[in-house]
Write a protein of this length. Sequence first.
Length: 491
Amino acid sequence: MRSELYIDGKWTAASDGKTFEVVNPATEEVIHRISAATAKDVDSAVKAARRAFDRDGWPKLTGAQRARYLRAIAAGIRARQAEIARLEVLDNGKPLPEADWDIADAAGCFDFYAGLAEQLDNDPEEAIALADDRFTSKAVREPIGVAGAIIPWNYPLLMASWKVAPALAAGCTVVLKPAEVTSLTALELAAIADEIGLPPGVLNIVPGAGSVAGQAIIDHSQVDKLAFTGSGPVGSKIMAAAARDIKRVSLELGGKSPFVVFDDADIEKAVEWILFGIFWNQGQVCSATSRVLVQDGIYGALLKRLIEEANKIRIGDGLDEGVLLGPLVSKRQYEQVVAAIDAANSAGATVACGGTRPEGFDRGYYLRPTVLTDVPLDSAAWVEEIFGPVVCVRPFKTEEEAVALANDTRFGLAAAVMSRDDTRAERVAKAFRAGIVWINCSQPTFTEAPWGGYKESGIGRELGRWGLNNYLETKQITKYMSEDPWGWYIK
Ligand code: NAD
């Protein structure tokens, strides 16, 4: 396990020598300590990224040259996939097969953006047809500069990859701050970058507190672009900081995503997708479908099967074979989710299953899969993101009512619909005010497709070619082709 900051191609302790604890959420034991970056360390990291961008030529490499580095990082991740997945479980608590999946996806993300970096050399978006044929014009895309990336703890290496891969592909250099509760695998990414010979300063990793290291990144005048995934309140701070300096900004924030199940749906399949939509990663998923709306014809039968299956989910240490639900990431998160369940109860909701610590677990931040019914529409449980294994289930009568309930939220990250009637599913998909819509499933995520939210769920899109655009500026270059002067006034 690495314990130091990675700045300008070197491992270094924090300038004030301070460290923070790494806690295994399955055992509550302190398993490691990591240097906590200070504002001074962040300044060194930004200056290194600046030099790599302005002087040392990272943006001047061809896309194909940068792609070679990205592919080498992907290969480096794959070569150590098992080891990195294990670290992710120790740090975050998720079941090992999920961690394994995340790490494979992270490697895939670097390969995907290597492909887009190569395409930048022959950018298909270049040619512009002008109405005036005395001129030719082209649009060239160029990297924005130094990107400050700040990420959460729910998919530690994957979130790092979603930002670092497109930024490096575009030709930006990066200062990345992982979440303070899950910094281990971001440091492994730095180790891989180091091993494959990524030039110094191109990628800098500065673990530390949000209020110190994170704040120093967003306040730094030499950072050109802020890319953030996390909570709404911190997202607001980041946007305010970006507004002050006119930094480019992209935000991926929270959600309270609906899953509408019509009564022509297969109940068993619906239950499977509902479980996946809310209990995957212990429900600590920004796009979790945490509000399930079920048409009244199958409401009773579906709820019964959902509770039976939720009660069967095997809970335990993510490293143990067959475990499907690990502990929540931290004591703080565990306490927040328990408080949200208590508040729902006080507001009149029924805890149909779960809501408590599973039997036989004295240590670790474990919580049973929880199904809430009768949740008042104006209660926090229905309105606010809980970010834990807690789903609210509610009946509806008509399509119109379902769409209105689904959209009655200040968030708009994701939404799902299940029906055997394709026309209806498509119609509802279009009616959802959300950036990601799933038909007959919930949560499958693809590196090629745009990811991001409407309304308070964020600004901009990650992944796919949209993700690359987050790190590019567009410049027009227009050439006058005629010998005849055009003059300062129009003839
Ligand atoms: P958080 O906002 O508390 O922290 C996210 C990151 O911001 C951390 O690295 C933290 O250290 C940093 N930070 C905190 N204060 C800061 C400050 N003042 N300046 C700069 N950085 C600061 O969120 P979290 O608890 O880590 O994650 C949970 C939240 O993230 C949920 O609300 C969830 O919905 C959201 N999320 C969204 C997505 C998405 O793709 N839309 C993905 C994952 C998580």
